[in-house]
Every structure is written in structure tokens, then in C-alpha cells.
Design a protein around this ligand. Structure first.
Ligand code: SF4
Length: 403
């Protein structure tokens, strides 16, 4: 979501003549696009501003803009604590960024634009051409969320759920699955992926896309957070373990190649050893790949932030144990590719080397030798070695036809 937003911000500002620079000292505007999901997000913003201040101590002050969820959640605090910030823009308002910059340069008055304005944003973004499109591109299928999991800030910082594609016309409902089916018909499009935030969004029509749409990749990021029904209830996740398992069973019934990645929160308030063991049991049952795990950290303003914290050193031990299991699963998964040919979409050539970088259908990074290939092509790579995160191999000239 943040990569998509950053790219759109760049597209919008380039309309008023802004250009990207990789030389920090050259910049006359810094836009810090922030995410509030991760721990210490706000402190990172202040640290970054501190570095800019230091670098520009003897130079003309650059324009400093903070956009995204941290701006939304902490706008008043940032305005008070950091006068170096000129403009604050919430995630629902960044389509106005060029106008706000122009207005600031005329009036030199600080701007705090953090009101929710969801529909307007999508309407405006439709008119912006996508300049960042290289090998792959993002489409926002949903903004905000109505599910109110007790640990999460998204419903507060991004507002209620809104989709640009979910609508009815002539008594027909158009949903994410309709969009995927349309995309699947585009001749030159080679691969389609989507990310859902919640198992309840895994509807029958979406599951069936995995049967019919050959360009839809067989990996699904489906966050579970915990394998314990007690903890799922405390988290207000509105689904239980069985619901999750049955969604995966349905997916595998329509496409046996599907693999699942997930997110896990360890040490959620109230988590006992038994709850944790149930999470480990679920991991072994499903055999997740490419998953993420974190120790619970409270987000101000959420119900979970009011709860008594678990013992941190116990949570750390649990996290190490869980990550160890996830790592082993990942290694076993990668080992299966050894001596096999696997289909790779080439993303780029590595600097100063005859090596290329690409991804398998399952998003696993592949670094390979080749003397005859181009970014954007689908090719077969023979895998000769692997580690936990990457596959390594070589490519001869046997190109795969786009599906
Ligand atoms: S589903 Fe829950 S965790 Fe995901 S964005 Fe919504 S509230 Fe947050």
C-alpha cells in the first residue's frame, strides 16, 4: 500500500515539475510517507527530520512534508513538536499534494490536511497516469478497514473500508473477483497477485478465480495472527481457527499448488503457553511460506493498548521458537526447487554483473546467471543452490511463452 501511495505521490508532484533525486543535498523538498503499523514509526519520522535538519543546517531549508498514517494519527503532536515540518497530509488526502505545495509556496503558512476524504481520492487518482510502471504495478483494491481488530490502527488512520472496484450496475455485482477475471484477459499481462487483510474476505467467488484464472499466482497472503481461538476472540478477529483451515482447504481443492503466507503476533495480551503451542501446531499443519512474525506492541488508541502486557522475555523466547520453525519450513520449501527448472519473471539486471534478479510464481527471489535475457520476460531458470531467502541458478536461452 505504501509503495503504491509513494508512487502516486511522485506521479502527482511530477505534474508540478518535481523530479526525484538520489542525492540528498540536492533536494529542495522531502516527503516522508509514513506507516503506523510498525513499532516506533513516529520516532523514525523525528529521527529522519533530525538528519535532514543537520544536513541543511547551512543551506536553504527544504520543504518538509509528512504524509501517510503517522501524519494522520499524530498530526497535532507533530505540528507542536517539530516546527521544521511544513505540511502534514493524511493517507486519504494525498491526491491534493500538488495544490497544497503550491498553496504553501504562495502563503508560507503551515498546512494540516488530515480530514478523511475517501471517495474524492479514488476519483482524483483515476486521472493520474502511472509513471512508475516498470515490470510490475500496484492497484489499490481497498482502502481503510471496518473490521476493528483490537490491535490495529488502520480503521482509525485510514478510515472505513472503501473499494474502487466493488459496485453494482444493471443488477450485477462487481467485486475483486470480477476485476481479477478482467485482468486475466489482458494479453500482455503475465502475472496477477492480490493481498487480502482478512480471512473473511476470502469469498467463494475469489476462491474460484484460483481455479479459472491461469495468470493468478498460486500464493496467497492470508493473515491469521494466532492459532488459538481464545486469542483470536481477544483480538476481535471475527473468525476462528476452523474458519481459516476451511478457507485453505477450499483454496487447495480448486488449485492444489496454492501455498499460504501469513502474519503472526506473538505475546498478545492473555497469550498462554497453550495458546502459543496452538499457533505452532497450526503452522506445522499448514506449512506456511514467506511469513512475518512480530511481538505484540501496543498502538495508542486501540483497545489492545489498554490491556496488561505479557512478559517480554517470555514473548521473545516464543518468537525465536516460532521463527525457527518458519525458517525451517522455508528452507524445506526452497530445497524442493534444487536441480529443477522454475519459471521466473525477470525484474532487473544486477549492477555491474552478468546476473539477473527475478521472482518465482511464489514470490521467492531468484538470482541467476544469463547472457541472453531481458527484464519483463518469463524464463526458465535451473536452480543450483538455495538459502532461506533466495534461490540461485542459471538460464540458457529457453524462453517460456507468456501464459
Ligand atoms: S483486518 Fe484487522 S488487522 Fe487487518 S487492517 Fe483491518 S483491522 Fe487491521
Amino acid at each position: 500500500m505504501n509503495i503504491y501511495d509513494s508512487n502516486r505521490i511522485y506521479d502527482l508532484t511530477s505534474r508540478i515539475g518535481f523530479k526525484k533525486t538520489y542525492v540528498k543535498e540536492e533536494a529542495d523538498c522531502f516527503i516522508l510517507n509514513t506507516c503506523h503499523i510498525r513499532e516506533k514509526a513516529t520516532e523514525k519520522v523525528y529521527d529522519e527530520i533530525g538528519r535532514i535538519k543537520k544536513d541543511f543546517k547551512k543551506k536553504k531549508k527544504p520543504l518538509v512534508i509528512v504524509s501517510g498514517c503517522v501524519a494522520q494519527a499524530e498530526s497535532e503532536e507533530i505540528m507542536k513538536r517539530e516546527p521544521y515540518v511544513d505540511i502534514l497530509i493524511g493517507p486519504q488526502s494525498y491526491h491534493k499534494i500538488s495544490d497544497l505545495i503550491l498553496s504553501y509556496s504562495r502563503k508560507k503558512q503551515k498546512i494540516n490536511e488530515t480530514e478523511f476524504d475517501v471517495v474524492n481520492k479514488f476519483d482524483e487518482l483515476e486521472k493520474v497516469s502511472n509513471l512508475q510502471n516498470k515490470i510490475s504495478s500496484y492497484l489499490t483494491i481497498q482502502e481503510g478497514c471496518d473490521k476493528f481488530c483490537h490491535f490495529c490502527v488502520v480503521p482509525y488512520t485510514r478510515g472505513p473500508e472503501y473499494s474502487a472496484y466493488n459496485f453494482s450496475k444493471n443488477n450485477k455485482n462487481f467485486t475483486l473477483s470480477s476485476l481479477i477475471r478482467e485482468l486475466n484477459n489482458i494479453k500482455n499481462l503475465k502475472r496477477i497477485r492480490y493481498v487480502t487483510s482478512h480471512p473473511k474476505d476470502m469469498t467463494e467467488d475469489l476462491i474460484n478465480c484460483h481455479k479459472d484464472c491461469e495468470k493468478l499466482m498460486p500464493i496467497i497472503h492470508l493473515p491469521i495472527q494466532s492459532g488459538s481461538d481464545k486469542i483470536l476472540t481477544l483480538m476481535n478477529r471475527k473468525h476462528n481457527r476452523n474458519f481459516y483451515l476451511s478457507a485453505i482447504k477450499k483454496l487447495k481443492n480448486v488449485n492444489k499448488d496454492i501455498k499460504i503466507s501469513s502474519d503472526f503476533i506473538i505475546g498478545y495480551p492473555g497469550e498462554t503457553e497453550k495458546d502459543f503451542e496452538e499457533t505452532l501446531d497450526l503452522i506445522q499443519k499448514i506449512g506456511f511460506v514467506n511469513s512475518y512474525s512480530f511481538i505484540f506492541s501496543p498502538r495508542p488508541g486501540t483497545p489492545a493498548a489498554e490491556k496488561k502486557l505479557n512478559n517480554l522475555s517470555k514473548s521473545k523466547k516464543r518468537l525465536i521458537k516460532l521463527q525457527d520453525i518458519l525458517e525451517k519450513l522455508q528452507l524445506e520449501n526452497n530445497k524442493n526447487y534444487l536441480k529443477q527448472y522454475c519459471e521466473v519473471l525477470i525484474e532487473n539486471k544486477l549492477d555491474n554483473q552478468e546476473k539477473y534478479f527475478g521472482r518465482t510464481k511464489y514470490m521467492t527471489p531468484v538470482i541467476f546467471d544469463s547472457n541472453n535475457c531481458n527484464p519483463g520476460e518469463l524464463i526458465n531458470v535451473k536452480i543450483t543452490s538455495f538459502n532461506q531467502n533466495n534461490l540461485f541458478g542459471f538460464h540458457k536461452t529457453n524462453k517460456v511463452q507468456a501464459a
